[in-house]
Design a binder for this molecule. Sequence first.
Ligand code: ARG
Ligand code: ZN
Length: 898
Amino acid sequence: MQLREATGPAMVIRREDYTPPPFWIDRIELTFDLDPAKTRVLNKMVLRRNTEVPAQPLRLDGEELNLARVVLNGGGCSFKMDGDALVLGSLPEGPEPFELEIFTTCSPEKNTQLSGLYLSQGDFFTQCEAEGFRRITYFLDRPDVMASYTVTLRADKDKYPVLLSNGNLVEQGELPDNRHFAKWVDPHRKPSYLFALVAGRLISREQRIVTRAGKEHLLQVYVRPGDMDKTEHAMNSLIASVVWDEARFGLPLDLERFMIVATSDFNMGAMENKGLNIFNTKYVLANSATATDTDFANIESVVGHEYFHNWTGNRITCRDWFQLSLKEGLTVFRDQEFSMDLCAEPSARAVKRIEDVRVLRTMQFPEDAGPMAHPVRPDQYVEINNFYTVTVYEKGAEVVRMMQTLVGRDGFRKGMDLYFQRHDGQAVTCDDFAQAIADANPDSELARQLVPFKRWYSQSGTPRLQASGHYDAAERRYTLTLSQSCPATPGQSEKQPFVIPVTLGLIDAQGQDLALRLQGESQTSRGTRLLVLTQASESFAFEDIDAEPVPSLLRGFSAPVIVDNGLTDDQLLHLLAHDSDAFNRWEAGQQLALRRAVQAVRAEGPVGAAPLDEAFIGAMRAVLRHPTLDAALKELVLTLPAETYIAEQLDVVDPQRIHAVRETMREQLAQALQADWAWAYEQHKDNGAYRPDPLSSGRRALAGMALTMLCIAARETGDTVWPGKAYQRFKDAGNMTDRFNALSALVVSGQPLAQEALARFHAMFKDEALVIDKWFALQAGAPDRGGNVLPAVRQLMTHPDFNLKNPNRARSVIFSFCSANPAGFHRSDAAGYVFWSERVLELDAINPQVAARLARALDRWKKLAEPYRSAAREAIARVAAKSDLSADVREVVTRALA
Ligand code: ARG
Ligand code: ZN
């Protein structure tokens, strides 16, 4: 275990302090002698002074390196250490290139942080984003320094038969002592965060493809021996990604060889290293026996995401880490569009959109309202790894989506073309991106409003949009007034208005979209249209309206805002039944459910037995039984808003009461619709040979939900037929989705058969790490009954399969409990918080990045009711009191207590 020194005052890095690098590094030649205990790294660089900035010493970043030798232009040179940095003072004064050789060693087997060069099951992997390269060698470890890389790997032939790095393999051969080498040359200049190497005993699935230009490319997916039968879907997703990026954005694959390598020890999802993507196994390995529909969908989108980075991130990269959303927001937008474009049916597109918005609202909205709130382009950070957030990623993607909405799909393509024309090969800023999209569309609202639009990058917090409609029968005019506001966030007390694209339709009494004409317009348009709110408040008058319509606002969720639409229950029921926009149909159902949940939570006295009224239940029945709506949408509409989302609507949060209310609502839906659930189960349970397509996934999801509801209803009546059926299905299922849904139905409903099923499931899949993760997560996330989950979680941590050092496993137990099980976690005896503080400290000594994520589980403590609030503050203070915290955790707890 690595001991840290007690930390002094935090080093805050500010965006406004950016200066260009004082030196350029044009070429780097790296030679690795790979050894788990002591890896030697020889680094030969060609540098030159950047004469455009005032002369200063060369400060090379480094971390946990052992320095052996420094050679300047073949001779000795003087240097000093300043903290972790290696500082060279007497260097050539002119712009002519000079050569620096630095020889260091590091210890991959001691690297439990999984940043830099580390071991996973005996194989070598790297993770360099954001600042891991400095843990491999001394370098100007910042994204605006781009070099050409030549990499030679040397290692034992038997232990490490496969030696990979970025680019093309130019030479390989034997060495003495049963060793061998491989030499790789990357033809593309790149920043250090995109460097990668892999060495180990791996096998690969290979596919040769010919792209539009007639060029041949080799695609490879590397996994450990034994996992080959789980690589087909990742390969298919990769091929689909290549095809899509060429078709939709004209962006071809620029490499002869594109490799994906899977590792079971990974801090995040995956990494877009040039030509050598490294993935968490969770986002590569799948077959129908071990992976669920959700896994298949996630693999498709993460493979797409990393592949799309090859242009948005690698060919054009970030000037500095404040610009992270330049590549992440844009690339999330691109992977979302990719998944949507792969859907054959329009309704499946809407389902994907709903799922994405659900993530935004349940994760990003709370972040934007909490102590870690930051703009999409942050102004400052202590530890950049803390800013790989849902704000930078998901809200960033929404900002790009709004640009597309404002300039249209074709206009957006033109903007992307201009962006690449201007900036290919450069390290640029979010401003450069927005400017390119606007310049390519000079007549657009985006171009006219570019400066205020960019407040989406600089202002944090979720704007609130208030809508009120007024119908004037005599004038046959419907006036819609839209107003906006945005709450204060850390460091930002005042906000200026945002530019908010509002797509909307007006629906008549028959449920049809009205033809729309704004006052002063001559043309009428049918269906959905776009309004752009640029002021604090504006009114829009629609003419020739014969009767008061119901407004369907923010169709497809055209902006990341909280809408207060002022609609009555009857109006929402009308939208739920008729809206031509599938997203808003779902949204109407969510709002109806949310109102009832909030009302029941706020009510005095014990939680009533029946928080749901006949109108709501009837509407849900109508959706469930609807003859044409697809199953996936039904499942989404019938899923009640998450406890954390309900919590966000309240000023004071009692997690136990929210849980009790939501559980009661679910029981009521389970019972009232029992016959309908039975019908839905029978109708959707059989789907033939497994295919992870949206249609059959939706059917499986609805069948799984029905089974859960039937088991919940059975718990009340003591009926054993449905639990029996669930157990049978669990045993007989032909795929993991159906099997896991049946298991989950038993666990979630608290059926006695759950224990037997869990034991059997573990025995069946004991050698499948990703399935065992699901087994842990299901138990740690199970609905709390009288405080039973925490003892179960403590027990799970003593299971022989538990391993705190493996991030996936730690997440499956600890995060599933602390971050995804509010009622289990927020206990009136504070034992959940005690558990949390122990785990944060324990993890921090192993892996600060993972620890800092866990630290965020108490972000929203200030909203908690007593006794939770005081207990949570104490737990955070206990963590903060530790003197040798990592900068990662220190930043999170300091902001939480501020
Ligand atoms: N660029 C990667 C992706 O989004 C994420 C890498 C994040 N790594 C980290 N240590 N913060 O695809
Ligand atoms: Zn990314």
